[in-house]
Structures are given as structure tokens and as C-alpha cells.
Design a protein around this ligand. Structure first.
Ligand code: ATP
Length: 574
């Protein structure tokens, strides 16, 4: 039986990565030189898969936004594209706050030469406390948290970027506490972080309570006493340096002199290019608020710990929309886009339990945002937790206001459809800075989620590994096979192949192959995720029919050779 697609907990990232390499989806960048950390290349199938995902976004967000659905006020959703440069005037990044604030404090371990984000260091803190009654638990836990505030050092540390890492550490911690009969595991909220508590009773020690708390190492402890904190890599103390600010933007120099005055940055997001062209778009097109501007392309972040395959890379692609609307309507548009973005990811194959929409709690929001939600996917490496695929943020007028202040150029919009009615029948108009809703998606993370979701194992089939891509995204759209390489079959196959390539070739590969047994050829297509195989056999020559084989079920049916194009057109969704 095929693996349940509802969960990713049983899928192996190693197997998925091995298939990605074997079938040419993803390669390590500069592999023959030993690779380069945080950079990935796409092979032939991966490049086409990524293009199909980018085009699905472009089509459904810009050319026919939201599949023609009406906005919250019953209006048509209007969007236009821009394509802005990777290198902008450095003042853009000062205005956006990236030069000053796009920092992750990080810690170097001078012994192991490893580096990690300070906010990802968790500690296992252990202390003995008097008190035996269950009712006192909250009070006892508060006491150990106070101990930590007062400087209690962790006995172990570990780097954790998600719930799954913390859960692993708790499991390991339990083994260390075995002699103390670990009896309870509770969750304790502290500064929006998750704190896991295991408490146990050591019978031999006059009923004292042994408490073990897993929580982030407090920033003050790392700053003031970093050499005393044990290293997450060696377990020994003495090697951790105090955290340092580290700007995630890649620096470069413009021109040949390479002085401080020539510094520029590779963009860390595509969104700012939209804000700085807002006025030009309004002045040169007929768009009226509300409207959206989309931008896709490469972004660069000098991530401290690139990992989990392409999930956290240093060079990646984003697909961002800034939707500008009147402040009074912005809360409705925020909900509209949040819900549509969830629906969109579902429509291209991420249906089921592995996808969730998570509304940020108030204390997680940026100071300018009144609402942010993440579309999250349960990747095999985050399971049972989730990782961000896209963020949908209500950004208020923060960005336009910042750029207006820093550039000195008025970015207000004059809305001729608002204001009181004048005697001549027209409206007085209203001048305002539009509010902005930002659905910001990662294309590479999207591809990774699609790869993980599509990967299916079914040992009962000749092709035990199947990539169940949605036909719209599949990099190979169809294959045409002559059953045997003789008796006039190759010629018929060649003709059909040419016809399909002409019609569908812009959306993906149309394969043909006459070698090996038909079973092996099907298996190869299953691994590449080709949804439909058409086989020309002896009957084709007599009655002009071909076999269609469905990738997901393996079921076969016969259809007329003349209706193959229509059959594909109906199913590919392009
Ligand atoms: P994270 O918290 O994972 O670092 P973020 O909240 O900083 O992500 P945004 O600035 O909101 O991310 O960027 C929008 C999208 O860009 C993210 O949802 C993600 O899909 C993608 N993205 C961000 N950083 C990376 C990266 N280093 N590698 C790949 N994709 C990324």
C-alpha cells in the first residue's frame, strides 16, 4: 500500500534527497568542488517544476487574481507585475530597516568552529527543590525559573530551530534523568517560548523535587557568562563567545574602487522593490486602489545556519505581492488574502493535515502589524511540528511611510472615488497613504514542500518510489511509448509525441522512450512524477486507440489516439 499522504512523519528526508539527486531535481551547488554551504542548483526536472510553480503563482495572483473570485466588497481583484533589481540604492535598505535591524545575534564556538543563532540555544536546567505535593507544581516550577534568572547554568545545551528539535532533546534528557523516575511532562509558557518541564521525585532524597526545565538560554546569560555555558557541540564549557550582531544582508561593491562609499547590498527580499516603485506604477497605469503589485525573483540572506536541504538557503527565490488598499478596508483584505493563500497551496497539491494556517499571537507581531498569519507545512524534518512556507502580513502604511520620509517623495494616493459628493456630481476625493497586505511566499520552500508531499512509497509496485505531483506542476506532462520498437509502432509514437510537444511542450517535458521493458519505462516515469503515459501497441495500428496509464493508480484505459490532446488538456489544468 502507498504511504498515507496525511502525515509526513514517516517520510525520510534522506530518501527524498537521494531521489532528488538521482532524478535530477536538486543538486548541490558547485558539487564537483565540494559544494558551497547554503546554495542549491536545480537539475532538469527541478528547474521545470520550479518554473511551473512560479507560473502557477503568476497566473493565479497577477494575470487572473484569485481565479476571478471577488474581493470582500464584491469588487474584481486587480494586480499588476513589476520586476525590480537585486541591487537597489542602499538607502532603500536603510528606510526599510534592514540595514539597522536585519540582524540575528549569533554565537561562535571557538573550539569546534561552529556558529549558531543565539535565540536557538536551548538549555536543560536541573535543580532540586523541596516540595512534594502536586498542587505546588506551578509554584515549584516558578522557583526553578527564578533560579535560572538568578544564574543557574544549564547542564546541557542544544541548538533547536523548531519543536521537533526540542522534543528530541527532551527525549534524550529523560534518559539522563532515569534514576529519578521522571513522572510528568508539562508545558509552561514563558515569553512566548515553549518550556517543557519534566519533574520527578527522588525517593531516596527526603522527597525533594527534581526539576528539569527545557527552555531557551536567557540572552543575558549568554552575553554575560557565555564561557560558563556548556557548548551544544562538545558539551564542555569555556569555548562559547558572547553573541555578536550579524547582518544577514550580503554586501557588495559597485564600481572598481571598492571603498566604503561603494557598498551596496544584494536584496534580502523582493518586497521593497515594489514599495519604491509604487508611485511609478500608479502614475503610469490605470490601476486604482485597491490593487496589488507582484514581484518574483532571487533574494539573498547570509543565513547563520543554512540547513534542511533547500529550506533555509542563502540564495533563494520569493514570490511577493503587496496589495494596497484604503485603511478602512484593510482588515477585510487581510482576511481575504490569508484565506486565499491557504486555499491556493491546497489547490496545487498540499491538501490534508500537512498544511496549516497559523495566526500569530499578539506578542509575535511586528510593531507595525495588526495581523500576520503563516501558511505552514509539516516537512519531514519539522514533523510533528511545522515550518513556514508563506507569511501573510498586514503591514499598515509602514513601508510607504518609511520610504516617503527617507526619500522626501510624496507617496500618498489621491482617491477620486472617495470624499463627499460635490454639486457637480463628482466626489471631492481623499488623499491617504494606502495600507498594505503582503502575502510573501518562498518559491524554493514551495518546491520543497511539493517534493515532500508528492514523494510516496509503495513497495508493491514495480516503481516503489512515486512522485505524485499535481498535473499542473508536474515537470513531465506526459510520455508516449511504443510497446515494442518495431512493427510500425515507433512511427506512430513519434507522430503523437511531436503533436503533444507542440501543444503542451511550453508547460513541461513530453517524453518518449522505446528502450527497456514497458514496466521499467513506467517506473521511470513514476519516479519523475509524469502523470500520464500513452502506449502505442498492436491494437493502435488496427483501431486507432492507445492505452493511457494513470501514475497514481496504475490503472489503464483505452482512448482514441485522436482524443489524446483533449484528454491531456482537461487534466493538466493549464
Ligand atoms: P524564517 O522565519 O523561516 O527565517 P522569514 O519569516 O524571515 O522566514 P520572510 O521574510 O517572511 O521569511 O520571507 C517570506 C518567505 O521567504 C518565507 O515564508 C520563506 O518561504 C522564504 N524564505 C525566507 N528565508 C528563506 C531562506 N533562507 N531560504 C529559503 N526560503 C526563505
Amino acid at each position: 500500500m502507498a504511504e498515507a499522504t496525511g502525515t509526513n512523519q514517516t517520510k525520510s528526508m534522506d530518501e527524498i534527497m537521494a531521489l532528488c539527486k538521482r532524478r535530477g531535481f536538486v543538486f548541490q551547488a558547485s558539487e564537483i568542488y565540494g559544494g558551497i554551504n547554503g546554495f542549491w542548483d536545480y537539475g532538469p526536472l527541478g528547474a521545470q517544476l520550479k518554473k511551473n510553480l512560479r507560473e502557477a503563482w503568476w497566473q493565479d495572483m497577477i494575470m487572473l487574481p484569485c481565479w476571478g473570485k471577488k474581493g470582500p466588497g464584491g469588487e474584481r481583484v486587480r494586480c499588476v507585475p513589476v520586476e525590480t533589481t537585486i541591487i537597489q540604492n542602499p538607502k532603500v535598505w536603510e528606510a526599510s530597516g534592514h540595514v539597522g535591524g536585519f540582524n540575528d545575534p549569533m554565537v561562535d564556538d571557538k573550539e569546534t568552529k561552529q556558529r549558531f543563532r543565539a535565540d536557538q540555544l536551548f538549555g536543560m536546567f536541573v535543580a532540586l527543590h523541596p516540595g512534594t505535593h502536586a498542587d505546588e507544581k506551578a509554584q515549584v516550577v516558578r522557583r526553578i525559573l527564578q533560579d535560572i534568572e538568578d544564574g543557574l547554568l544549564p547542564v546541557r545545551t542544544f541548538v533547536a530551530s523548531g519543536d521537533a528539535d526540542v522534543a528530541d532533546a527532551v527525549e534524550n534528557g529523560k534518559k539522563l534523568l532515569k534514576p529519578y523516575r521522571v513522572s510528568d511532562l508539562a508545558q509552561w509558557p514563558l515569553d512566548a517560548a515553549t518550556v517543557l518541564v519534566a519533574n520527578g521525585l527522588d525517593d531516596s532524597k527526603n522527597g525533594e523535587h527534581l526539576l528539569c526545565v527545557f527552555r531557551p538560554v536567557p540572552p543575558a546569560m549568554l552575553s554575560d557568562r557565555s564561557p560558563a555555558v556548556p557548548s551544544p557541540f562538545s558539551g564542555k564549557s569555556g569555548s562559547l563567545m558572547p553573541p555578536r550582531q550579524f547582518n544577514l544582508m550580503f554586501k557588495t561593491y559597485i564600481g572598481a574602487t571598492a571603498t566604503e562609499d561603494d557598498i551596496a547590498y544584494l536584496r534580502p527580499e523582493t518586497a521593497q522593490g515594489i514599495f519604491v516603485q509604487f508611485k511609478n506604477v500608479v502614475d503610469t497605469t490605470r490601476v486604482k486602489v485597491p490593487f496589488g503589485v507582484g514581484n518574483t525573483g532571487k533574494s539573498f540572506r547570509n543565513e547563520v545556519t543554512p540547513r534542511n536541504f533547500t529550506y533555509r538557503s542563502r540564495e533563494f527565490e520569493q514570490m511577493e505581492l503587496e496589495f494596497f488598499c484604503h485603511p478602512d478596508e484593510s482588515a477585510d483584505w487581510y482576511r481575504f488574502w490569508r484565506d486565499f493563500r491557504m486555499e491556493w497551496w491546497q489547490s496545487i497539491g498540499l491538501a490534508g493535515d500537512n498544511l496549516q494556517l497559523r495566526e500569530h499571537a499578539k506578542d509575535e507581531l511586528s510593531h507595525y502589524s495588526t495581523g500576520t498569519s503563516d501558511v505552514e507545512y509539516r516537512f519531514p524534518f519539522t514533523a510533528p511540528g511545522f515550518g513556514e512556507l508563506e507569511g501573510i502580513a498586514h503591514r499598515g502604511d509602514y513601508d510607504l511611510r518609511q520610504h516617503q520620509e527617507h526619500s522626501g517623495v510624496k507617496l500618498e494616493y489621491f482617491d477620486t472615488d472617495r470624499g463627499e459628493l460635490l454639486p457637480n456630481g463628482s466626489k471631492r476625493g481623499e488623499r491617504y497613504l494606502p495600507h498594505c497586505i503582503e502575502p510573501a511566499a518562498g518559491l524554493d520552500r514551495g518546491v520543497l514542500a511539493i517534493l515532500c508531499e508528492s514523494y510516496t512509497k509503495d513497495p508493491s509496485r514495480p516503481s516503489p518510489e512515486i512522485m505524485r505531483f499535481h498535473p499542473r506542476l508536474a515537470p513531465i506532462k506526459a510520455a508516449v511509448f511504443p510497446l515494442v520498437n518495431k512493427d510500425g509502432m515507433p512511427e506512430v509514437a513519434e507522430k503523437l509525441h511531436t503533436e503533444l510537444q507542440g501543444k503542451f511542450g511550453r508547460a513541461g517535458f513530453i517524453e518518449t522512450d522505446a528502450k527497456q521493458s514497458i514496466g521499467k519505462r513506467y517506473a521511470r516515469m513514476d519516479e519523475g512524477g509524469c502523470p500520464f503515459c500513452f502506449t502505442i501497441d498492436g491494437d493502435t495500428l488496427k483501431d486507432q486507440t492507445v492505452t493511457v496509464r494513470d501514475r497514481d493508480t496504475g490503472a489503464q484505459e483505452r482512448i482514441g489516439i485522436g482524443s489524446v490532446s483533449k484528454y491531456l488538456e482537461e487534466r493538466l489544468g493549464i
